[in-house]
Design a protein around this ligand. Structure first.
Ligand SMILES: Nc1ncnc2c1ncn2[C@@H]1O[C@H](COP(=O)(O)OP(=O)(O)OP(=O)(O)O)[C@@H](O)[C@H]1O
Ligand SMILES: [Mg+2]
Length: 251
């Protein structure tokens, strides 16, 4: 298991958002996290990536407990993961090249500029943006920004990439391109993904396993095929709603 949590309770200022989270993420898999807006998906992700100390419980990365009070322990984690934030979070004052290079500059400030250039151009090529490295985020389309954010999340060869709503706001074709990219990275590099998404089509394409959060805890955790045949009324209702949404029946 690359990630394991034990009875994790997370929230803010002592106020619990989700509790009793026992997660086991196997290496090289794509885990999709589902649930209604505000149920705590981003909050859980923040703890898994070391940014929000849990109220109680523990997180293990590759068999080692993450110590949220230890800068060394957190840095160990940061060096092995990449994050695509819900809002993209590219810096507007930096061009694409500079944005992608940012994690290198932060974590390896003395690296030779030629090596850095090679790393950045490789990643930009992988996401199809090699020709755009001098452009600024404001000059890119939404889909290009997402791909750029993915390139940045990948820059330090992470073992796990966390993506918060990667295809939100994208048209179906661009969204499916992003899914393809994740599937390729999983197949070629064995990268593990933890992806928060609402998009049913995306879930069908990429999910090896699904975690559904509802009412402050895990409602379902298992293979996607099992979720599809779940008799749980909440899960059934969720699928019907998503199917209706993807047909445009609920604007
Ligand atoms: N920094 C914060 N301080 C206090 N409460 C917060 C903070 N961030 C989020 N919350 C609260 O935590 C709860 C869960 O929020 P979270 O962002 O995790 O939801 P989500 O499942 O990611 O929703 P969405 O699908 O809309 O992104 C909400 O009630 C929210 O108001
Ligand atoms: Mg969120």
């Amino acid at each position: 298991m690359i990630i394991r949590t034990h009875q994790l309770n997370v929230g803010y200022n002592g106020f619990t958002v989700v509790s009793g989270i026992d997660l086991q993420v196997r290496s090289g898999r794509i885990i999709v996290v589902l649930g209604q807006s505000g149920c705590g998906k981003t909050t859980l992700l923040k703890t898994l990536i070391g940014l929000l100390p849990p109220i109680s419980g523990s997180v293990e990365f590759d068999g080692r407990p993450v110590d949220f009070r230890s800068e060394e322990s957190l840095q160990r984690l940061f060096l092995r993961i990449g994050v695509l934030y819900q809002n993209g979070a590219l810096l507007n004052s930096l061009n694409l090249y500079q944005n992608i290079a940012l994690p290198i500059t932060m974590h390896h400030p003395v690296i030779h500029q030629n090596i850095r250039a090679e790393m950045v151009t490789n990643r930009l090529r992988q996401v199809g943006l090699a020709a755009d490295m001098e452009r600024y985020p404001a000059e890119l389309s939404g889909g290009m920004r997402k791909r750029a954010a993915l390139a940045r999340a990948m820059i330090l060869d992470p073992e796990v990439i966390f993506c918060d709503e990667p295809s939100a706001g994208l048209d179906p074709i661009t969204a499916s391109g992003l899914d393809e990219l994740m599937l390729n990275l999983k197949a070629l590099l064995g990268i593990t993904f933890v992806v928060v998404t609402h998009e049913l089509r995306s879930i069908e394409r990429i999910a090896d396993e699904v975690v559904v959060i509802e009412g402050g805890s895990i409602r379902f955790n298992g293979p996607y095929a099992q979720l599809q045949h779940s008799e749980d009324p909440f899960i059934k209702a969720f699928f019907l709603k998503q199917q209706a949404d993807s047909r445009g029946m609920h604007p």
